[in-house]
Ligand binder design. Structure first.
Ligand code: G6P
Length: 471
């Protein structure tokens, strides 16, 4: 029987060590939930890094046994590999270039050497279990070389690749010294998916301009194979957010917030710590709202959750310091004895608390400088009953779908400022009609729909290629 193998840099679990034994917490994230219906079935499996450094062989065996019960298979990474493949090549070259922050990129040869070696390591794990006829679905920019590495060894498997971050325009992508190798790596897949058609266009243009391949519309011919490049905008588990918003514990949390915040307008922002998220620009816009509209003092507040991430990388550390400073300045400048404008949290929260905040927030401010999709915008919508205003950056993939949000350019401070004012003042009827349209979309194109259309498309290509080659 053929099996489906999911491969991503991280497994959808958190492993922690208590005394001498390991415990496991399976992630409740959207991707994990959506793919749950796939990897938990039969002999299917998910391969990825377990997220912590484990060197002892006995401990590795313990972790393998623990994960096996969940249909998960760990890849163990050494300290050097984490430093050079994950932090280095993935997050100091690909991440900044793909998010249009090219001056942050560090083109170190050592990073490239490790990136190749770790992609090889993942290949070994896949080859140890894959059989002809299997379907392999590889995720994201940490594993761009893996499709070809597998294809070279197993001609007859079906390989899908999905990139969760943007694909930049050729003028950015061409800066990478190893661009041809990366493209050839991705083109080992039968189907390459992105969140938006712009990503599809940028990828196709980069491929035809950097390597000798020919494209007809969104099909790229690689030797005797056709590779389909297409857009699959990712959704969330909308049902889960909606039902959580009605849960009695979440209702209690909402009641607590209501008591503390009374009838003041709450603006919410939730991000991982990242320079691509436009956190400082958002703070500037909020500061301008308070500066130019003193009547809002004590009437509005910004609740800003920043989830710690990649904090061993210099730019992330700097950003954290800059946020601390700016929040401190704004709070010191505007606070009164009974109110402060920004409630800033640098930590993660359980999903129940997030849903309570989404439910209480009158406005959700999602203004990344660049984002593949941005699922926070969809989580906010799914948690709402009917009203509420979403302000969304046009640089987030989600803006292509969520047209009833207030769409802004995060580099345009004046536009962000006006959108915040418009949101604060928006009549309830308009809020409702926008939100209900947004809810329809988020409910219909959810994570289960996303998994299904990608997997169906991958299966269809296999059949079509079989017919084409038989002719
Ligand atoms: C983005 C990427 C994912 C990554 C996640 C968290 O969403 O697309 O591949 O897993 O960020 O980042 P981290 O570096 O902590 O895995």
């Amino acid at each position: 029987m053929s099996r489906t193998i999911i491969v991503s840099n991280r497994l959808p679990v958190k492993i922690s060590k208590e005394e001498s034994s390991f415990t496991l917490k399976v992630s409740e994230g959207g991707l994990a939930t959506g793919l749950g219906s796939v990897y938990k079935q039969d002999d299917n499996i998910w391969i990825g890094w377990c997220g912590t450094e484990i060197n002892d062989d006995e401990e590795k065996a313990q972790v393998i046994a623990l994960l096996q019960k969940e249909n998960l298979l760990p890849v163990f990474l050494s300290e050097e590999e984490i430093l050079n493949y994950y932090e280095g090549f993935s997050n100091e070259i690909l991440w900044p270039i793909f998010h249009y922050m090219s001056t942050y990129a560090q083109f170190e040869q050592k990073y490239w050497d490790y990136y190749q070696a770790v992609n090889q390591k993942f290949k070994q794990e896949v080859l140890a279990i894959a059989q002809p006829g299997d379907t392999i679905w590889i995720h994201d920019y940490q594993l761009l070389l893996l499709p070809k590495l597998i294809r070279d060894e197993l001609k007859d498997v079906s390989i899908g690749f999905f990139q969760h971050i943007p694909f930049p325009s050729f003028e950015l992508f061409r800066l990478i010294p190893w661009r041809a190798e990366l493209l050839n790596g991705m083109l080992g897949a039968d189907l390459i998916g992105f969140h938006t058609y712009d990503d599809v266009r940028h990828f196709t243009s980069s491929a035809t301009r950097s390597i000798p391949v020919h494209a007809t519309a969104n099909i790229i011919q690689v030797a005797d194979r056709n590779v389909l490049i297409d857009a699959f905008p990712m959704g969330i588990d909308a049902e889960k957010f909606e039902s959580l918003s009605k849960d009695s514990k979440v209702q209690e949390e909402i009641a607590n917030y209501n008591e503390i915040l009374k009838d003041s307008k709450v603006i919410l922002s939730v991000d991982r710590l990242d320079y691509s998220k436009g956190i400082l620009q958002r703070l500037m816009a909020f500061e301008k709202v308070l500066t130019d509209n003193p009547e809002y003092i004590e009437k509005i507040s910004l609740h800003m959750i920043v989830v710690p991430s990649r904090d061993s990388i210099a730019q992330y550390k700097e950003l954290r310091d800059d946020i601390d400073k700016m929040v401190g300045n704004i709070n010191a400048r505007f606070r009164t004895s009974s109110w402060h404008p920004i409630h800033y949290f640098y930590r993660s929260f359980p999903v129940e608390t997030l849903v309570a905040l989404y439910s209480r927030a009158d406005i959700c401010l999602v203004t990344p400088m660049r984002d593949g999709m941005n699922l926070v915008s969809k989580e906010y919508i799914a948690s709402r009953k009917d009203k509420g205003v979403l302000i969304l950056s046009e640089m987030a993939g989600a803006s292509k779908e969520l047209a009833d949000a207030l769409i802004v350019n995060p580099n345009n401070l004046g536009e962000m400022y006006r959108a915040i004012i418009q949101a604060i003042e928006m009549p309830e009827e308009e809020q409702k009609s926008r939100m209900l349209a947004l809810k329809d979309l988020v409910n219909k194109f959810d994570i289960h729909h996303w998994v299904k259309i990608f997997m169906d498309q991958l299966a269809d290509i296999k059949v079509a290629e079989g017919i084409r080659k038989a002719k």
